[in-house]
Ligand binder design. Sequence first.
Ligand code: TRP
Length: 347
Amino acid sequence: MSKPVILTAPRVSSSLHIGNYFGALLPMIDMAKNHGNDYQINLFIADLHGITTPIDYTLMPSIIQSYLRTFVAAGFPLDNPDLHIYRQSFIPAHSELAWILDCFTSMGEMNRMTQFKDKSVKLSEERVSVGLFGYPVLMAADILLYNANYVPVGDDQTQHLEFTRDIAERINKRFADRFPEGIFTIPYNVKKQHEFFGKDQGLRIRDLQDPAKKMSKSDETGKGVIFMNDDPDAAAKKVMSATTDSVGSIHYDYATQPGISNLLEIYALLAAQPIVEVAAEWEGKTSYGELKSAVADQVRLFLTKFQANLANVDDTKIQAKLQSSEAAMNHIANETLLRAQKAVGLR
Ligand code: TRP
């Protein structure tokens, strides 16, 4: 029978940073490498979500290509037919199902979405699009089209997963008389997702300049963000000018020393060392400069290696994989879409 489906996507915005890489991409790619025979894994590019907020449209194609290349440089196996990479907008069913789901979604439900509130306050009123408002509905379509069971959810996405479950249940119930076996597969709840993906799932590296907030692609200055395509020396400099505190000694404690704790966290990830070990090693030391230099060295080393891998990625192989994945995904997505269209009387 068909394998359980794991699905996730980065939303297209600017370049990927180390928070995206270690928090979202690498765990999924490790899953693909180690469990690629037990699951169907869909890692797609959320390009339609990318245009919900202002973006330089002329850069979209190169950003999308760089995300795909990053998947491959990070080790995504292109030769396993159960592992799929695809572009959301190349599967028209995403938009079509989103429209149908829109018609079963209340304004009140969307008004309660905290990510919408967070994102819209950063924009002037006329730039807050209906697309941004309906973002979670498109995300629900992304998940439901492929009967996905597992979706890794960081804290900012839990509400969206809950909404996906709600709307799927609502529609299944509404049409249960004619579709007793259900129209949609309900993805597992947030608790189960956390059990499945492990405790590091949803991990959030903080901004180097403002360690109160997470590292974000949409940060305006980029000073506190280490992008995967940063010049390694420039990135090392960003580490050296990271915000710390006036405590005067090193303790791994986000409540009192968020900047220092974030540096320890980054060190642990880059050196592939458990955070408890790294924290113990630095505990009580007094030279913040030494810690920064150590992290800066790791950053330089990591980016240099990664960028060398990136330069070796074969774009023609990516293109071939997109073709086959997108053909296969259109097939699956259209089957789900057709059930929904039949339910509401469009087919
Ligand atoms: N909303 C997700 C984010 O901003 C991106 C996304 C779009 C997604 N569709 C998805 C994630 C479906 C998981 C499943 O990170």
